[in-house]
Design a protein around this ligand. Sequence first.
Ligand code: RP5
Length: 297
Amino acid sequence: MENKFDDGWGLWGVNPSVDPSRSWLGKDIEVFVEPYRARFEWPPDYPRRFNVADENMPWEIDYPAYDPPYYVAPAVLENDCRKKPGGWADPEDITAVENLPRESFEGTLLFDAQGRPLNPRGRCGLAGRGLLGKWGVNYAADPIITRVNQRFGDVEMLAIERKDNGQWAIPGGMVDKGEAVSRTLSRELEEETGVRLDFSQAPQVYRGFVDDPRTTDNAWIETTVKHLHLTGEQAEQLEMEAGSDALSVIWLPLTERSLKKLYASHGYFVACALGMLYKRQPELLPGKFLQILANVF
Ligand code: RP5
């Protein structure tokens, strides 16, 4: 069997040598996110990551030569919740963090000798928190909204252009302290796109690690992804306006190329959401889109 990760999609259980029109339709879509961007990409203000070979990623592997740079962004230090009212970041001194989670969606967490949580996907070449506020898991929520463009027959998603790097993305964001995830999904969608939708009945696509370029050995993002597919009429009624972290908001036509260029793991999440939709209600997606899904899976 070929390496499942060759194309960067990180799909479990799909053998690309099998006729895809028969293979993925017969199986459950199991979403597994590989840490690739978390090891080989980083925002411009980060130091260069220490290069970690695949076999040295697991923390269980003894790796005495491992010497990642340490980085915490000034914005994180400035937003220390112990120093600034309403600050969104943990204190830099990890011993001052109250109720540090011992587990996450990924399971029971490991800790290093200084008590710092360790990334459940292993070493990724950078210590500290980088741009992430919380030590360990930083919870996010990702609302996927799709439609079929009535005029052209393309499947499209509601996408924002991120202010930090200009990439198209799902209009997701971080879960606030004590907030229910269905509330985060609606709140982030409205803040970033102006669109108001209820996610309490939306099917869940995924829950777990996101391959985000901000990831470090001691801070990472785990998300809950839910999907709403709208009729043409419902989509027409939405009033879109870019806000907060978005430069613009559009209905982005989904092609193999646009899916692969979405921020972090978002293209993979969107493909999985539509694959799952097709399995539930095949009549909702145009035949020409199935070729895109078949190529992805
Ligand atoms: C991504 O970061 C998650 O999937 C989510 O979409 C996003 C949250 O971060 P911000 O958009 O708040 O920066 O990896």
